[in-house]
Design a protein around this ligand. Structure first.
Ligand SMILES: [Mg+2]
Length: 154
C-alpha cells in the first residue's frame, strides 16, 4: 500500500518562506483572497518583468494587488497609465507617505518595498519582501546599505 503525505502550508509557513512559495501556494488556491501590497519606484520598476508575471498570476488566482507609493499626491491617473504601459495588473493605487498605516488599515498581509523605513512599523503578521536595488545594496562591496535607524550589526 502506498501512502501519500500531503502537506498544506499554513499562512505563517508561507510568510516565512518567501515570494516563490507564496506564488506556488496562491496559484494552487490554498490561500484565498490575499491582499498583496507592492511599492512602485525601485521595486516594481526595478524588476518589471517579474512583477508583470507575478501580478497577473495573483490577480488570476483571485488575489488583490495594492500599489502603494509615495509619489506626488494627485498623480493616481498618471500612475495607473504607467502601470498599464508596463503590464502590471492591479486593483488599487494609493499615494501615501504613511504606508504602514495604510497597509494595516486595509488588512494587507504581504508587502514588498525597497526602503527599510516603510517596514519598521509593520507587525510580524505582515510578511515583508525587500527588493534589492542599487539604492539599498552596494553591489561593489556586496553589502546592504542601512542607517542606525533601520539596521544593526550582528
Ligand atoms: Mg520604492
Amino acid at each position: 500500500m502506498v501512502r501519500v503525505l500531503v502537506v498544506i502550508p499554513t499562512l505563517s509557513d508561507v510568510k516565512r518562506s518567501g515570494l516563490f512559495t507564496l506564488c506556488f501556494v496562491a496559484l494552487q488556491k490554498k490561500i484565498q483572497d490575499m491582499k498583496i501590497g507592492l511599492d512602485l519606484d525601485n521595486c516594481i520598476t526595478a524588476y518589471p518583468s517579474f512583477f508583470r508575471v507575478f501580478t497577473e498570476a495573483m490577480k488570476k488566482a483571485g488575489h488583490k494587488i495594492y500599489i502603494i507609493t509615495n509619489r506626488e499626491p494627485g498623480t493616481e491617473e498618471q500612475i495607473k497609465t504607467e502601470l498599464k504601459e508596463i503590464g502590471i495588473s492591479f486593483d488599487h493605487v494609493k499615494i501615501t507617505a504613511k504606508k504602514a498605516q495604510y497597509i494595516l488599515a486595509e488588512g494587507i498581509e504581504f508587502y514588498a518595498d525597497d526602503v527599510d523605513e516603510y517596514f519598521l512599523e509593520l507587525p510580524p503578521s505582515v510578511a515583508v519582501f525587500k527588493i534589492r536595488e542599487p539604492g539599498n545594496f552596494c553591489f561593489r562591496d556586496r553589502k546592504w546599505c542601512y542607517s542606525d535607524r533601520t539596521g544593526k550589526k550582528i
